[in-house]
Write a protein that binds this ligand. Sequence first.
Ligand code: ADP
Ligand code: ASP
Ligand code: MG
Length: 406
Amino acid sequence: MARIVQKFGGTSVGDMERIRRVAARVQREVTAGNEVAVVLSAMAGTTDQLVAWTREASAGADPREFDLVVSTGEQITIGLLAIVLQDMGVAARSWTSWQLPIRTDGAHTKARIENIDTAALEADLERGRVAIVPGFQGISPEGRIATLGRGGSDTSAVALAAALNADRCDIFTDVDGVYTCDPRIVAKARKLDRITYEEMLESASQGARVLQTRAVEMGMKHHVRIQVLSSFEDVPGTLVVDEDEIVEQEIISGIAYSRDEAKITVARVADKPGVAAAIFGPLADAAINVDMIVQNVSEDGDETDITFTVPEGDHQRAIDAIERSRDAIGYERLDHDANVVKVSVIGVGMRSHAGVAQRMFRTLAEKGINIQVISTSEIKVSVLIAEEYTELALRALHSAYGLDAE
Ligand code: ADP
Ligand code: ASP
Ligand code: MG
């Protein structure tokens, strides 16, 4: 007998027929004698609609009220699945996040799970009842519903698997695993049997939305056995594992992209100590995450341009913060562009192989794609390019690194 957490994403619970299919999957594990806890997303599109309504109500909605509204999609699906399972004769009940509770910090709209009280769930599982829990939410220290950020149901599932000491955390989605690149853009992308936590973490944080970044972080920390697999087809998925569980490590495991980027250039600032601090201080104060940074010294050597990227959603706030500090920074011009995409090649193998970045630069040059900003870490190289080249760049790089499926 195993204890399993099964998570189903928005497409997988998109309508009643699909919820019935989910119920059949759950029933199969129950029949096999396993203890099953289920985490569900809202039906595909529901959360988007709820977000749109709160925006329509007010551009500056109270984040607590925003969270109350956008968390409701999951309450519908957990109840519907419980009803369907009960109809099939499978003992099941739904739990809202405050009934358990799932405790989070107070960072509404991007809260972190701090603790899950599993007493009620353990009791369910031990008596053979399926426990169904909403993803994407918990209860803040103030006792209000807090959401975990878009895609947060993955994190709910992994956190629950850790808290319940589950043998497996199966993430059912609309693709049959983790691919070398988003299969919706690169048709020749290959499904990986295994991927290391580190590579999955880097891919997720560089834009591969198949798992939320925090879910991978949590899995890595608590050694949760995460598997990504299809909720529509019965085929093996991708297992997220430790590095020593991978026999033949490729240099590059995948390519990720993120359109959620905006580029800002502070043009002609003095090339002297304190200027970077004057620019990035106000951004930090506004809680804006700066990602890539480059500094170019001008011909006279006295002045420089500093270019950086921020999440697209923070684009305007970043410009406002810099403009408010114009006197302290002392720049000539502010340029900005949200039509950019960050493309990253990722692989633990690049720690021990030279030439990975060079291949990226050469491939993009051959396609006539200009690189605007570069950043690297031990296991990734990222470049910022014009958004119109996204597909071209991803496909060219995928071939150049030998990742194409036969
Ligand atoms: P869910 O609603 O089940 O959580 P998501 O839409 O959040 O599903 O995540 C699945 C999607 O992630 C896929 O449909 C795919 O387009 C996208 N994706 C991006 N990068 C990858 C990748 N490397 N491998 C697989 N899917 C990816
Ligand atoms: N329903 C939420 C969203 O759409 C959470 C999730 O599906 O993971 O972002
Ligand atoms: Mg998701």
